[in-house]
Structures are given as C-alpha cells and as structure tokens.
Design a binder for this molecule. Structure first.
Ligand SMILES: [Zn+2]
Length: 318
C-alpha cells in the first residue's frame, strides 16, 4: 500500500503546478523552488540560507501587497509544502505583514546564481539557469510576474557585478521598491542619481560617470547573445553611451543594480551608513512619503481590519 502510494505521489513541483494556475503564484513558487534546488546542489551555507530566507520574505511581502493579494497558503498551495517551508523558514512567515522587503525576489535569485555559477569565464551557467527560469515561468499579459527579463553585467578588471531590472508588475510596487532601494540598498552615488529624478522628474538630474575601464552590458534574458542598448534614462543618470530614445522609469533598469554593486564592492565601506551620516533628511522624507502614498493606494481596497501598516524604515533583515 505504502509502495503504491509512493509511485503515484507527484513531485513537489507537479503538485504545486496543479494548484497554481495563476502566473504570480506559479512564478513565486517556481523561483523559490529552483533557488532551494540550486542551494542543495551547491551546498548550503549560512549565507545561502540567508539569501533564501530574504528571497522568500520578499515573495510573501510582494504577494501580500499585490493588487489581488496572494497569501502564503495560496503560493504554497500544497499543505505539506506549506508546513515544511514555514518550518524551515519561520522568519518570512512571521514578518511579511509587518516588514518591508529590501530587494525583489529575482534580485536575490540572481545573487544566488552568480555565487554558485558566476566563476565561469563566459557566464554560460548563469545564462542557462536564467533562460531555464524564463522558459518555465508564466506570463500575465505581456509581463512575467516576479521575473526580471533583463540583466546587466558591470565589468571592471577581472570582476563582474550583476544586476537585474526591478521586475514589478504594477507602478505602485515599482515605486515602493525604488524608494526602499534608494534608502537602504543602492550605493549612495546611484541612489542620489535616481532620487534626483524620482518620484518627480522635475529637477536637474545628478549624473554619475563610471571610470573608463568599467564596461556595462545589458542583455534580454530571452536572448543573451544580443546586447541591449541602455535607455535614455540610463544615459542621463549613468552617462552610458549609445542609448535608445526610450526612457524607462528611474531605477527600474538592470544597469542600476549592477552599477550599484560595482560601487559597493570597489568603494568598500558601508555606503548606507554614509547616507545616514550625511543626513539627507529631505531626501529621506521624500522617499518615505512616496513609499507611504503608494502603500496607501495598495491598501485602500481592503477592509480596515486587513490593512497592513508598513514603514520604509522597518525592513526585513534575516
Ligand atoms: Zn535604462
């Protein structure tokens, strides 16, 4: 009896697929499942476990503030998997309604993939893992919820720094994640450039210039053989040449994260402490206001009892 049960038992992935016909929930589950498999293969460490933990929290946070509100038991629709995941990673389940995610799930995923496979000279393993993800994820309209379709590599000497586009489905999520990234995540130079045109595009843009030795290349994950030229906004903010005439929202492009990672690594020191020490109060307030306005819009359709209170200063650090 037990034997026949085993034979008919579907794999974790098959069970989740059967439950989730929705693109957000499907991609959320799929991305997290793929990440746990990669960590299992590579060998778990405290750093890896922490990335998984923060990635899961980011998934649950974005699911919770989503227009359609996807709660954890919907994303992990299989009861057994729900229990196992919440046992392995209790933090995200207890904090997704009170703490803000610092980065998008895909940003954590890309970090994981580059730690595990980024040593290869020509990025083949990174490329094939990302293509595989895109292939198995679902679309909602013309977007892949939670999946970045563009990545950027910032190359300096022998080092490579990766970045992904923000991959937010709605404008409100994008603005929320941009404000959080400016305050807590991106290098001060990058935050400062983005904040000069975000959220209002009225002032004089503060441009930064990369050293001549640094090369920035972006690719669409669907076709990694072809370079994707920077948009007009990236030219304006990061002085990247050969740009298109299209302007993406500030901070949205993969270039932002890649350049920020480059500065964070090459400059050493903790850039966040610098931001707070320099006391950019006015800018902090602008970001906080932008965050609150967008969050309010996200919550207004809910009954008062179901409105979660988030603050840009209460972020999740596992
Ligand atoms: Zn751009």
């Amino acid at each position: 009896m037990a034997e026949s049960d085993k034979k008919t038992k579907k794999s974790k992935e098959e069970r989740a697929k059967a439950f989730c016909s929705n693109a957000f929930a499907h991609n959320a589950f799929f991305l997290f499942n793929k990440a746990t498999e990669i960590v299992k293969d590579y060998g778990s460490s405290t750093q890896m476990k922490q990335i998984l933990d923060q990635m899961l929290h980011s998934i649950l946070f974005l699911g919770n503030i989503h227009f359609s509100r996807y709660l954890p038991h919907y994303i992990f629709a299989d009861v057994e998997m729900f229990h196992q995941t919440s046992e392995d990673f209790p933090g995200p389940f207890t904090h997704y309604q009170t703490h803000v995610a610092l980065r998008t799930p895909f940003s954590y995923f890309l970090e994981l993939v580059t730690i595990c496979y980024g040593h290869d000279e020509n990025d083949k393993e990174v490329e094939s893992t990302l293509s595989e993800i895109l292939h198995d994820c679902r679309k909602s309209g013309d977007q892949y919820p939670l999946i970045s379709t563009v990545i950027c590599i910032c190359e300096s000497g022998g080092s490579r720094y990766y970045g992904a586009s923000l991959s937010c489905e709605g404008d409100q999520e994008r603005e929320i994640m941009t404000a959080v990234s400016c305050v807590h995540v991106w290098h001060l130079k990058v935050s400062s450039a983005v904040m000069s045109v975000f959220p209002e595009d009225t002032g004089e843009p503060r441009s930064i210039k990369l050293p001549d030795t640094v090369k920035c290349r972006a690719y669409a994950v669907a076709d990694m053989r072809k370079l994707k030229p920077p948009c007009k906004r990236c030219n304006q903010l990061y002085s990247l040449p050969d740009h298109t005439n299209h302007s993406n929202p500030p901070g949205n492009c993969a270039e932002t994260e890649a350049i920020s990672n480059f500065f964070n690594a090459e400059n050493h020191g903790n850039s966040r402490q610098t931001l707070f020490r320099h006391n950019h109060q006015e800018e902090m307030q602008r970001m906080s206001k932008c965050f609150d306005n967008n969050m309010e819009k996200r919550m207004e359709r809910r009954s008062v009892r179901n409105r979660d209170k988030y603050s840009i200063n209460k972020v999740y650090n596992s």
